[in-house]
Write a protein that binds this ligand. Structure first.
Ligand SMILES: [Ca+2]
Ligand SMILES: [Ca+2]
Length: 311
């Protein structure tokens, strides 16, 4: 009698254990299923978001082409300079949006101007970069360090330079690029550079293929101030209010008394390089798509560098 009761007890416990096991199994199967489903949706939405961004890009190529037909100069009052407002994207039960902006990259300092055709440092551009760093409240010694990063040789600039012997002794060790940059984010690798400093610098610099002029109609305040060492913050404010949104009426007239003749030769009121930034959100998926666009003299616009960000 006692034996049978124990036997029944064991059978009950076994049954309960099996039940628990099945429940766990079923739960884990359905969890895996919903996770797989979610993964599929996320990768599908991401793909659709990228397609949406590429669609926006081809629309923008048309805007920039048309702009060249309609105007002889480029300034912040033109259609391309207006932010693309959020456009809703609607599916069966999924919602999203797409928005963005086009920016004139020649309103920034082109870091590749630091180097001449034979890989040597371009002294006037180095001086200008020092002035830009000062205008931004950044240690100007980064100009020499950046020049060494790009120039073809291994001779450190004096007094502020850094070549391979500095970088190869770091942990982990690395080497200087010794060539043109394709991305300004590479400057984060400079000796002594930190996140806070690079964040201040990035909105005012660009890395364009070869030497480029500055479009004073779109240049940022600090970039205008970098044009001459005698320009004050008040001068820059006056220049910004003179150009307003439609640009300077007479660049030579305005700048000839403010900058040296060499710098005056580097100033333009037109632009060949733009950057499109598109943000696409579908459900919980969000992508940021960047495309550097080069506009040729006959209005042909070509994407030359595309990248995806996360912010
Ligand atoms: Ca224009
Ligand atoms: Ca070098």
């Amino acid at each position: 009698m006692k034996h049978r009761a124990i036997h029944r007890g064991v059978a009950l416990i076994t049954a309960l254990l099996i039940m628990a096991l099945i429940t766990t199994l079923v739960f884990s199967l359905s969890w895996d299923n919903s996770l797989n489903l979610r993964r599929t949706y996320v990768s599908m939405y991401r793909e659709e978001a990228i397609q949406g961004a590429i669609g926006a890009e081809s629309w923008v190529l048309g805007i920039l082409r048309q702009d060249l037909e309609d105007s002889d100069t480029d300034h912040l009052g033109e259609i391309w300079a207006i932010d693309i407002p959020p456009l809703p994207l609607e599916g069966d039960d999924v919602r999203g949006e797409i928005f963005g902006q086009i920016e004139d990259l020649q309103g920034r300092f082109n870091i590749n101007n630091l180097i001449g055709a034979n890989g040597e440092v371009d002294e006037p551009s180095l001086q200008q970069f020092r002035r830009l760093l000062r205008a931004l409240g950044i240690d100007p010694r980064f100009a020499g360090i950046a020049a060494d990063w790009l120039d073809a040789n291994q001779d450190a600039e004096f007094p502020d330079g850094a070549e391979d012997p500095i970088y190869t002794s770091m942990i982990p060790p690395y080497r200087t690029a010794n060539q043109f940059l394709t991305s300004t984010s590479e400057l984060a690798a400079l000796e002594g550079m930190d996140k806070a400093t690079i964040d201040i610098l990035l909105p005012h610099i660009t890395a364009l293929p070869g030497r480029t002029a500055i479009n004073v109609n779109t240049a940022t305040g600090p970039v205008l101030q970098s044009l001459d060492e005698n320009l004050s913050v008040a001068d820059v404010e006056r220049l910004l209010s003179e150009r307003e949104e439609s640009g300077f009426v007479d660049i030579a007239g305005t700048f000839s008394s403010l900058v040296t003749p060499d710098v005056l030769n580097q100033l333009e009121e037109t632009t060949n390089f733009f950057r499109l930034k598109v943000i696409v959100r579908i459900d919980t998926v969000r992508i940021t798509y960047y495309s550097v666009l080069e506009r040729g003299p006959r209005g042909n616009v070509t994407p030359i560098l595309r990248s995806l960000g996360t912010t």
